[in-house]
Unconditional design. Structure first.
Length: 198
């Protein structure tokens, strides 16, 4: 594929996602437009050297099946079976309760395809950063701390596919813990994180 076709394909995926998420907001105080999140995931992957078009398209589309009315067959016809399959790999079954969905993500992360592992890492890099600096309004500190610890377990299964991205995830996690430590001083939870309060 020449460069122009790749740009076209990425913009088409971005536009598709923007259209599907158009009514949705993030849960932060500013009620950020939802599309900012998939754009940020694709951007962080690209910035860390991911140039596989299917992976980048899947990053842009990663929440369309889980969080919008999008059917897998639509992704199939618009972007092809490979993109659809990566998106499906990172899609939770919303019929299950949250605890079960979280448990399954830990259990399954090691079996994901390399592309899905990369999308997952990008997603978690963006989410740990948001949970520290721009969290959902209704998340108490404890839930934010738990979330960071949960991503660490999922990330363990995603090891071995993209060293630079893994390092960036580790750095983002460290930064997030530091931000929570700074925000909350030496309160309980923070000590559990092993963050010093010096
Ligand atoms: Zn996401």
């Amino acid at each position: 594929m020449n460069e122009n076709c790749a740009v076209d394909a990425l913009l088409t995926a971005a536009l598709f996602a923007a259209d599907r998420h158009s009514e949705q907001k993030r849960k932060d105080t500013a009620k950020t437009p939802y599309i900012n999140h998939p754009l940020a995931v694709a951007e962080v992957l690209s910035r860390h050297g991911v140039d596989d078009l299917i992976t980048l398209q899947a990053a842009l589309l990663h929440d369309t099946i889980e969080d919008t009315e999008t059917h897998p067959a639509e992704l199939d016809s618009a972007f092809g079976a490979e993109v659809r399959s990566v998106v499906l790999e990172v899609t939770d079954d919303k019929k299950l309760d949250r605890a079960e969905r979280k448990r399954l993500q830990i259990a399954k992360s090691a079996q994901l395809s390399d592309r899905a592992k990369i999308v997952k890492l990008g997603d978690m890099i963006c989410n740990v950063t948001d949970v520290a600096s721009n969290p959902p309004v209704d998340w108490p500190l404890e839930r934010r701390i738990e979330y960071l610890a949960w991503t660490e377990q999922v990330a363990r299964g995603c090891r071995g596919v993209h060293e630079r991205l893994e390092e960036h995830y580790e750095a983002a996690l460290g930064d997030a813990r530091e931000v929570l430590g700074r925000t909350y001083g030496s309160g309980q939870g923070v000590l559990d994180l092993g963050v010093s309060d010096e």
